[in-house]
Structures are given as C-alpha cells and as structure tokens.
Design a protein around this ligand. Structure first.
Ligand SMILES: C[S@@+](CC[C@H](N)C(=O)[O-])C[C@H]1O[C@@H](n2cnc3c(N)ncnc32)[C@H](O)[C@@H]1O
Length: 332
C-alpha cells in the first residue's frame, strides 16, 4: 500500500465514520504515523507495524463479534415484531351466521388459504398489486391477503349489507388499503329486494385499474345476462396484462355423465342455455356449458388459460378445489 493511498484511506475512514475515527485514534500510534520501519518482532522492514496492527485488531475483535451478535438478536426481534404486527392486523373470524352465508363454517380459513396459495402460485399475484374481489362476502379470501398486499390494495364489493358492514368494521379499520363496497344488486337467492339490475351494472372503478380480479363462488349464482355483463366489466377494469380467476360449475361430457349417474351432489337440469338445481330458484346454484363459457370469455376479450382446474363437485377425485377454477387473461 503506498503511503499516499494509506493516508487517504485512513482520512476517509475518519471523516466518514465518527466511531471508526475514535477507534483509529486509539490504534497503535506508530503504525498510523510511520510507514517504512523495521519491525523487531517480525525481524524485517515493513510499511506497517504489522504486529502492532494485529494486536490492535485482536483487541477490537470481541467488540466486532458482539456487534454482529447483537445485530442477529436485533433481526430476530424485528421478525418477532413483524409477527406480532401481522397478528394485530389479522381480523377475528366472522360470526358463524356470516360464515354460513358464504358456504360453510367448518373450513372458512382453509378455503381462504387455498385460494390465496393459488393466487400466488398460479396467477403470480405480487404484494404490490391491486386486487378486485367481486362478491367478497364476509372477507373469507380477503383475510389471507391482509399480511401479503403490503404495498398493494384490495377492493371488494357485495350485495350483502351485513357482510360488508362486518368487513368494514373488522378489516378496513385495521388496514386502509382494504376497501369494501355495498351495492344493492338484485339476486333472488342473496338479495331478493335489491334495486340495482346486475345485468346492466357498471362496476364502481375506473378503466384499467386492477392487476388481478377474482370471483370465488359467484358465477355459480348468476344468470347468463349477469355473467356476460360481469365479464365485460372485468375486461374494462383490468389493466392490459391483468389476470382473472373465477369458479364455475362447468358442464362437459365428463361432468354431465357424473351428474346423470347421480355421482354429483348437485342434480343439475338444463334450463334454456344453462343448468340449475332448482328451476323455481335458479340463482341458488347455476352451472354453464364449458364450451359456452369459453366462447363468452373469447368474445369478452378474456381468453381462458388451459388447463382448466376441474373441481371435485362432479365426483372427480384428486382435485385442488370443490368448484371448477378458471384462469383468464386480459391480453397486454
Ligand atoms: C357463495 S358466496 C361467496 C362469497 C365469497 N366470494 C367467498 O368465497 O367467501 C357468493 C357471494 O356472492 C354475492 N353475490 C350474489 N350476487 C352477486 C352479484 N350480482 N354481484 C356481486 N356479488 C354477488 C353474495 O352476496 C355472496 O356473498
């Protein structure tokens, strides 16, 4: 090391770091002031008092080790605090009565986690993205997103006033980037008195707004005109390159065979161009012909990704979900 370089190096250390400046001030004075000397311990000429420097470093070592240990402790304390923070933000479970409205009280958390894992692993949802949850109910799928969408945001809307009230009181009060909207849409099963026609409803969000949208068990309760309007609205509010995930009861040769042979708990029957379980209350459970859904997606500009993830509803085994899961894209 040249003398000039050594001096510059020491000066920069002392200028930039007051702690280092103090440490250098306590270092063996000769090694800082002299450059080419005869070191008696090493028995040779050297640019440094090597042995003095080594002794100085050895003296400093315990302090350096302690600093590193403390930084480890600090990091694990930060991880603990993060966990405590997540627990604080996590809302309580909704009352059983609300859980039942979205299809079951025994597996509320598991269903939410299963969807969340598909969002991350299949559609590549990122923590900074904007998410739309159509028919969000009482936040079954919003809940696992809470610890994840840190820099992103979430909007959910539903026709059920009690569920939306619960979500606002228990989720939005904790996290301002989670918004819930009530829309008085008519649904003969969920909101028979609703004043707004969902077949002509314009989602209350601007164009190209969301990166990702999903509908969990919603198109299993909507009539064809509503489903088609919602596909067109989803295309509008998703940004180019945005993704979409939704569930259906898809009728194809295989599932129809299961339904006809009584292997499915849903005894669908054809009604016009769709399938229902109860013709007097069609919106209780609705199924669609798979080829027709594919065509509607194409004409809405939201082509379906292959493969479709078929669910176990029709009696199939080894499925990831109960209803059929479809992923679609708004092309970039
Ligand atoms: C089976 S629940 C699923 C709720 C939620 N997606 C979940 O998985 O927990 C169906 C939901 O769709 C809502 N819904 C019914 N018709 C709707 C419509 N036209 N637009 C938006 N939501 C609707 C219902 O109020 C209900 O909360």
């Amino acid at each position: 090391m040249s003398e000039l370089f050594r001096k510059r190096f020491l000066r920069s250390l002392m200028n930039e770091n007051p702690a280092m400046s103090a440490a250098i001030a306590s270092a063996p004075i000769r090694c800082l002031k002299r450059s080419f000397v005869f070191c008696e311990t090493c028995a040779r000429f050297s640019f440094w008092y090597d042995c003095d420097l080594m002794r100085w470093f050895t003296k400093m070592l315990p302090s350096v080790k302690r600093l590193l240990r403390e930084s480890d402790e600090l990091q694990s304390r930060i991880a603990e605090m993060q966990e405590e923070l997540n627990a604080f933000y996590r809302p309580p479970l909704p009352p059983v009565e609300l859980q039942l409205r979205v299809g079951g009280a025994g597996n509320f958390t598991d269903v939410g986690e299963a969807f969340f894992s598909l969002f991350k692993n299949v559609t590549g949802l990122k923590p900074y993205e904007g998410v739309l949850d159509v028919g969000c109910g009482c936040g079954r799928i919003a809940t696992p997103l809470i610890g994840y969408l840190k820099q992103g945001w979430y909007c959910g809307f539903d026709v059920d006033p009690v569920s939306i009230e619960w979500c606002k009181a228990n989720i939005t009060t904790r996290l301002r980037n989670f918004q819930f909207d009530l829309v008085d849409l008519k649904n003969t099963y969920y909101n028979p008195q609703g004043q707004v026609d969902p077949a002509a409803f314009c989602f209350p969000y601007p164009d190209d707004h969301f990166d990702f949208a999903f509908l969990a068990s919603v198109f299993t309760h909507t009539l064809p005109a509503i489903t088609r309007n919602y596909l067109s609205e989803l295309r509008r509010v998703l940004r180019p390159g945005g993704r979409l995930m939704m569930t259906y009861f898809l009728i194809n040769a295989e599932s129809w065979e299961c339904v006809s042979s009584g292997r499915s708990p849903h005894p669908f029957q054809a009604l016009d161009d769709y399938y229902v379980v109860d013709p007097n209350k069609p919106e209780t459970t609705i199924g669609y012909d798979e080829a027709q859904i594919t065509e509607w997606h194409e004409s809405a500009g939201l082509p379906i990704r292959k493969p479709v993830h078929y669910g176990s509803w029709a009696g199939r085994s080894s499925c990831q979900s109960y209803q059929d899961i479809v992923i679609a894209d708004r092309p970039a």
